[in-house]
Design a protein around this ligand. Structure first.
Ligand code: FAD
Ligand code: SF4
Length: 482
C-alpha cells in the first residue's frame, strides 16, 4: 500500500461551511453558517484519511461518535444510514455539529489538522442529520418491550434530553419537566439564534414526543410541583437543572441602571426573536444607538457582543483583563465578532462603575494590565500597571463573567447533597457514576460538573440513563432472589 504520508500530502485543502457576509448577517438573527450542500459534503468526506487504527477524532469526541464510519457513509451517499449511525451515540447531532467547539474536540485531533486542515467533522455531522430529516427520515429506536419503570427528568437541557432519549429507547416511560416554554435549556434560552436556529429545538421536541417522551413545560419544580412528589411517583429522578448563579465583578454600583447580566440579556433577546412575550424575569434593554461595553472574554461575552451589534448599538466594545492569546472564547467566535464590527480592548481590568447625576451608568473605570506568572490553574495572571487608569464611556455595561450553581432550596432535606460550591455530588464508593447521595436520584450536566459544554452535558445524560437501567436490573434481580 501507498505510504500514509504520501496520501496525506495529496489531500486538498479544508474548505468548510460558507458563512454570510458580515455586513448582511449583522442585520438579522439568522444562523451565519450555511450547511454544506451535497458537492461540498462529498469534497470534505473525500479528504478523510479513515485512520482506522487510531481515529483520535472518535476518542476526543465526548460521546465517541463513529466519525470515520459516518464520513465514509457520506462519501457513499448513504445519508439515512449515516443518520441512524449518528443517533446511536448522539441525541442531538445536528445541534452538536453546529455548536461544539470542534477545534478543541474532534477536529483538534484530526491527523490533517496541521497539514491541509482538519476534516470539517462538525459540518458533516450537521449535514447528515439536516439532510436525512429533510428526506423524511426519523430515528427509529423501538424498544423490544416497554418497561414498567417510570423516570422523571428535571431540566430539558442537553443533559436532561440525552438521558430521556436513551431511556425512552429502552422502553422506559419518561416525563421531562422544565420551567421554560420550550425544550433545550441553554440551547434555546442562552445560545443566540445566529449560532443555533431555534426551530431545531421544536423539531427535536416533536421527534422526542413521537418516541413517547412527555414534556411538561412551564413547570418549575419547587414551585409548580414538589421534588417530594416526583420521588414518590417515579422509580428514579434525574437532576439536570444546569448552573444559573451569576458571577459579579465585585464592584460598587453593579445594580445601577444600565448594568445588566449576560444571561437575562440573551434570554430576553431570544424571547423576542422567538416571538414570545417579554418576561419580568428577563427584562428587555433597548440598545439602539447606545455605547455598549461587555466585560469578559468567554463565549458568553462573544454572544452578548454580537447580539448587541444586531440590536443596533452605536458602538460595541469587549473589555478583557488578559491578552488575546489567553481568551477562553473560541477563536472562531472572536473572528466572527471582529468581522461584525466589535472592538476589543485587551489587558484592561475594571476598577469602578461611573454614573451620571441620575445614577445611570456613564462609563467603566479601567486599569491596564500586563501578564504575570501563572496561577494555580496554570493560566498567567494579569497584573495592574500603576498609573495606567482611564475611563471608557458606556451607556450599557454587560457583565459576562460566567456561571456558578444557583440556590435550590427545594433540594434541602431531600438527602441529595451538594459540595461547598453548590455542585451536586455524584458517584463515589458503591455508587454509580451519576448516582447522588440518595439512591434513586441521579444527576448530570452543568449542575454536577459546572458550566461546560452541550456535548459533555449530553454525555452525562447518556451515562445517567445507563446507570438507571443498571439499577433497575439490579433491583429486579434482587426481587427475583427474594
Ligand atoms: P441547561 O442547558 O442549563 O438546562 C437546564 C434546564 O433546567 C433549563 O432549561 C432550566 O430551565 C431547567 N431548570 C432549572 N431548574 C429547574 C426547575 N427547578 N424546574 C424545572 N426546570 C428547571 N456550549 C457549547 O458546547 N457550545 C456553545 O456554543 C455554547 N454557547 C453557550 C452560550 C451561552 C450564552 C451559555 C450560557 C452557554 C453556552 N454553552 C455552550 C454551554 C452549554 O449551553 C451548557 O454547558 C449546556 O447547555 C448545559 O446543559 P445542562 O443540560 O446541564 O443545563
Ligand atoms: Fe465533534 Fe461535537 Fe460532533 Fe463529537 S459531538 S463529533 S466533538 S462536533
Amino acid at each position: 500500500p501507498e505510504p500514509q504520508n504520501k496520501i496525506i500530502l495529496r489531500k486538498p485543502p479544508r474548505k468548510g461551511a460558507e458563512k454570510r457576509a458580515a455586513a448582511e448577517r449583522k442585520t438579522h438573527f439568522d444562523e451565519i453558517y450555511h450547511g454544506l450542500d451535497e458537492a461540498q459534503a462529498s469534497y470534505e468526506s473525500e479528504r478523510c484519511l479513515y485512520c482506522a487504527q487510531k481515529a483520535w477524532c472518535n476518542w476526543t469526541c465526548p460521546v465517541h461518535n463513529a466519525i470515520p464510519d459516518l464520513i465514509r457513509l457520506v462519501q457513499q451517499g448513504r445519508i439515512k444510514e449515516a443518520a441512524q449511525l449518528s443517533h446511536q451515540t448522539s441525541s442531538l447531532p445536528e445541534i452538536c455539529g453546529r455548536v461544539c467547539p470542534q477545534d478543541r474536540l474532534c477536529e483538534g485531533a484530526c491527523t490533517l489538522k496541521n497539514r491541509s486542515g482538519a476534516v470539517t467533522v462538525g459540518n458533516i455531522e450537521r449535514y447528515i442529520t439536516d439532510s436525512a430529516l429533510k428526506m423524511g427520515w426519523r430515528p427509529s429506536f423501538v424498544a423490544a418491550l416497554p418497561r414498567r419503570e417510570r423516570v422523571a427528568v428535571i431540566g430539558a437541557g442537553p443533559a436532561g434530553l440525552g438521558c430521556a432519549d436513551f431511556l425512552a429507547r429502552e422502553g422506559v416511560k419518561v416525563d421531562v419537566f422544565d420551567r421554560h416554554p420550550e425544550i433545550g435549556g441553554l440551547l434555546t434560552f442562552g445560545i443566540p439564534p445566529f449560532k443555533l436556529d431555534k426551530s431545531l429545538l421544536s423539531q427535536r421536541r416533536e421527534i422526542f414526543s413521537e418516541m413517547g417522551i412527555q414534556f411538561h413545560l412551564n413547570c418549575e419544580i419547587g414551585r409548580d410541583k414538589s421534588f417530594h412528589q416526583l420521588t414518590e411517583e417515579y422509580d428514579a429522578v434525574f437532576l439536570a437543572m444546569g448552573t444559573y448563579g451569576l458571577m459579579t465583578a465585585g464592584l460598587e454600583h453593579e445594580d445601577a441602571p444600565g448594568v445588566i447580566q449576560a444571561l437575562p440579556f440573551l434570554i430576553a433577546n431570544t424571547r423576542r426573536v422567538m416571538g414570545l412575550e417579554d418576561s419580568s424575569d428577563y427584562p428587555w434593554t433597548e440598545l439602539k444607538g447606545k455605547q455598549v461595553v461587555v466585560l469578559g472574554g468567554g463565549d458568553t461575552a462573544m454572544d452578548c457582543l454580537r447580539t448587541s451589534v444586531r440590536r443596533e448599538a452605536a458602538s460595541v466594545t469587549c473589555a478583557y483583563r488578559r491578552d488575546e492569546a489567553s481568551m477562553p472564547g473560541s477563536r472562531k467566535e472572536v473572528t466572527n465578532a471582529r468581522e461584525e464590527g466589535v472592538e476589543f480592548l485587551f489587558n484592561v481590568q475594571p476598577q469602578y462603575i461611573a454614573r451620571d447625576a441620575r445614577g445611570q451608568v456613564s462609563g467603566i473605570g479601567l486599569i491596564r494590565t500586563e501578564m504575570g506568572a501563572a496561577g494555580p490553574d496554570g493560566r498567567r495572571r494579569p497584573q495592574p500597571i500603576a498609573g495606567s487608569e482611564f475611563e471608557l464611556p458606556a451607556d450599557v455595561l454587560i457583565m459576562a463573567f460566567g456561571f456558578r450553581p444557583h440556590a435550590m432550596p427545594w433540594l434541602q432535606g431531600s438527602g441529595v447533597r451538594r459540595d461547598d460550591d453548590g455542585l451536586i455530588i455524584t458517584g463515589g464508593t458503591r455508587r454509580l457514576a451519576t448516582q447522588t447521595t440518595r439512591d434513586n436520584v441521579f444527576a448530570g450536566g452543568d449542575a454536577v460538573h459546572g458550566a461546560d459544554l452541550v456535548v459533555t452535558a449530553m454525555a452525562a445524560g447518556h451515562q445517567a440513563a445507563r446507570d438507571m437501567l443498571a439499577m433497575f436490573e439490579r433491583n429486579a434481580a434482587s426481587q427475583l432472589a427474594v
